[in-house]
Design a protein around this ligand. Structure first.
Ligand code: VGL
Ligand code: ZN
Length: 183
């Protein structure tokens, strides 16, 4: 039984100044960089959309595959990432969850590496972090959400809080980064 860190969508476009920049999106980076050192397995997801997508009926154009906006935040220690998932590639699909990545099968990677626990962090609390954490629970993974290493879109002011309530009620454990001990 092994444990991995899942870093969701810490990309330029979700950080302040980006196409879909969220408040304090960049503040998660130093917290996550410290966490990266604790884990044997570090997995990232990236929103990786085509130029035209049904997704852009709901959202400003962001994280178009291969653009600067889709790159990791420049301070993220991305050289320590073992597996890079890409999602939202299909133009008919939102692809919010890391489990919807199509460049590689996330579930197969977890099985092959006997990973049964995931610590989830990144952007954004009310969309991709939430959907990834809920899918992890559905896949029988022990799922922790790191509350000081996430940031919300908050299209409505309570969306981030409601997302946390939702994740908690479906079996995710909410934890602060300082309390994480990886064995
Ligand atoms: C996300 C909105 C649109 C996210 C992605 O990464 O949470 N949010 N696309
Ligand atoms: Zn997106």
């Amino acid at each position: 039984m092994k444990t991995a860190l899942l870093i969701v969508d810490v990309q330029n476009d979700f950080c302040p100044g980006g196409a879909l920049g969220v408040k304090d999106g960049d503040k998660v980076v130093p917290v996550i960089n410290k966490l990266i050192e604790k884990f044997d397995f570090v997995i990232s997801s990236q929103d990786w959309h085509p130029e035209e997508s049904v997704h852009f009926k709901k959202w400003p154009v962001h994280c178009v595959a291969g653009t600067k906006g889709a790159e990791f935040h420049p301070d993220l220690k991305s050289e320590k990432i073992d597996l890079k998932l890409k999602k939202g590639i299909d133009n008919k699909d939102d692809g919010y969850s890391a489990f919807e990545a199509t460049n590689i099968s996330f579930t197969k990677y977890l099985e092959d590496n006997e990973i049964t626990t995931l610590y989830v962090c990144g952007l954004t609390t009310d969309y991709c972090v939430k959907e990834s954490a809920l899918d992890a629970v559905k896949n029988g993974i022990h799922t922790f959400v790191i509350t000081d290493a996430i940031a919300a879109v908050n299209a409505s002011p309570n969306d981030g809080k409601e997302a946390l309530n939702n994740m908690f009620s479906k079996g995710c454990v909410l934890i602060e980064s300082e309390d994480i001990i990886v064995i």
